[in-house]
Ligand binder design. Structure first.
Ligand code: C2O
Ligand code: CU
Ligand code: CU
Length: 482
């Protein structure tokens, strides 16, 4: 048994970009000028020790330095992004949570395969202002290593609380530690968030937001910094672990003059690296990307390219026009060139499903609030029974049909899935995901194994205003046939 009384220490220090914010000199030749953030914030990290990850986590409103200005945001432990949690498969996790917000909240562990009931990944818990709750669960021994995250999940307040800043990484370190090429790479975490702030650094009220489209803010931050510089010291190979923690904004990432080697989708490695020139990351999704530092010494901008996620009339204009610089990566070429890994995982295709279901995503009317986002013509809360009941230890295909005018990233709690086809075309990439983009007009078929944990959970659109406006359903995983 581990010594349970022992509180884990918090490693304070510069994490990821924090170390890098020193170079404020920019090339003058580019039309889009990155402005370096001056403030260096210390993000903290908690690691498990002797099989236990234990920490205090407090949700509260705090004044935070966002680049050159102060903003009043919703934070965990006063930090944007929230502390990064790191544990290993088999570890016990104990989070002493306090809600010091002025509204109820809770915690969701996005992508983790852990119990869905009790004081684990239970999105039906409500923690009222001033209340405390200790979350406790074990990460299964066979849990994949990967990039996961935590955020609030109280229906109706999810978009508002994420847009306030409440989000942090949860890293599981397992088999990856045995891949030597990955261990040799320099690891950087990029948490992407956006905020809408007035001139006093106060959060603009959501009444001013386009909730229907999903709220987006003009202030985009990477690890709580506006256009930071990332200085790479070692040279060789860079591993970017990117999280889209924005409630609605999509990021279409590209790095000037460099390809990405895509090595993980959400919380699972791909079988081998896949070379891509850009990568679309919807809200909720994560990607691990390798970058070879094999160009001449210099600065390369990490860009967010325009993407149109639909909408009606003017609503779709957000983020459509020009590339935005998210961060600048600096390196000096070095003689050593590090090898890419060749084998990262051994995913095999799932067997045929026992059942096929259809989910139509669109919007409609809710007599009490007006517009509602719906799944199969029902909005969340419009009825009191379970929307979807499945059997534990079965495999199902879900056909996700978007008949609306906006893109919807569809997310299922608790169990990862494989994408089988898009518009009838079989999906070439064998991968595990927990969030998949269903573009307007598109039909995406996913295959989900329901494993290990019975109980009630949810599936929903990860444009969180859509989720709060009803595009969520209850999933009951039964452990014996009824
Ligand atoms: Cu990232 Cu149901 O959530
Ligand atoms: Cu989730
Ligand atoms: Cu949506």
């Amino acid at each position: 048994m581990v010594n349970l009384s022992r509180r884990q220490f918090c490693v304070l220090g510069t994490v990821g970009l924090g170390a890098a914010l020193l170079n404020s000199c920019q090339h003058q030749s580019n039309s889009i000028q990155p402005v370096a953030s001056k403030a260096v914030t210390s993000a903290s990290r908690y690691q498990s020790k002797n099989g236990l990850l234990e920490l205090d986590l407090e949700a509260r409103e705090s004044l935070v330095n966002l680049g050159d200005r102060q903003a009043s945001l919703l934070t965990y432990n006063g930090q944007i992004p929230a502390p990064r949690l790191e544990a290993k498969p088999g570890d016990q996790v104990r989070i002493h949570f306090t809600n010091n917000l002025d509204q109820p909240t809770n915690l969701h562990y996005h992508g983790l395969h852990i119990p869905l009931t009790g004081k684990a990944d239970n999105v039906f818990l409500q923690i009222t202002p001033g209340e405390k709750l200790t979350y406790e669960f074990q990460i299964p021994e066979n849990h994949p290593s990967g990039t996961f995250w935590y955020h609030p999940h109280l229906h109706g307040l999810v978009a508002e609380q994420l847009f306030g800043g409440l989000a942090g990484l949860f890293i599981v370190r397992g088999k990856d530690e045995e891949i030597l090429e990955l261990q040799a790479a320099q690891e950087e975490f990029l948490v992407l968030q956006d905020f809408a702030l007035d001139s006093d650094g106060k959060r603009s009220s959501s009444a001013q937001m386009s909730l229907m489209m999903g709220r987006e803010g003009e202030t985009i931050v990477v690890n709580g910094q506006v256009k930071p510089n990332i200085d790479l010291s070692s040279g060789g190979l860079l591993r970017l672990r990117v999280l889209n923690a924005s409630p609605s904004r999509f990021y279409r990432l590209s790095l000037e003059d460099h390809a990405f080697y895509h090595i993980a989708t959400d919380g699972n490695n791909l079988n081998e690296p896949v070379e891509v020139n850009e990568l679309l990351l919807t809200p909720g999704q994560r990607a691990d990307l390798l970058v070879k530092e094999d160009k001449k010494s210099g600065q390369y901008r990490l860009l967010n390219l325009p993407y149109n996620r639909g909408g009606m009339g003017m609503m779709g204009r957000n983020n459509r026009d020009k590339p935005i610089t998210l961060a600048t990566i600096n390196y000096s070429s070095s003689a050593k060139s590090l090898a890419l890994p060749t084998k990262l995982n051994s995913i095999s295709a799932l067997p045929e499903p026992q059942k096929v279901r259809r989910f139509e995503l669109n919007h409609g009317m809710n007599p009490s609030v007006g517009i509602a986002f719906q799944i199969n013509g029902e909005y969340y809360g419009s009825k009191d029974f379970i929307d979807t009941e499945v059997q534990l230890n079965t495999i199902e295909d879900w056909e996700l049909i978007n008949t609306g005018v906006m893109d919807h990233p569809f997310h299922v709690h608790g169990n990862a899935f494989q994408v089988i086809s898009r518009n009838g075309q079989s999906e070439p990439l064998l991968a595990w995901r927990d969030t998949v983009l269903v573009k307007r007009g598109e039909t995406v078929r996913i295959r989900i194994p329901f494993k290990d944990f019975a109980g009630k959970t949810v599936y929903h659109c990860h444009v969180l205003d859509h989720e709060d406006l009803g595009m969520m359903g209850i999933l009951m995983i039964q452990d014996k046939p009824t």
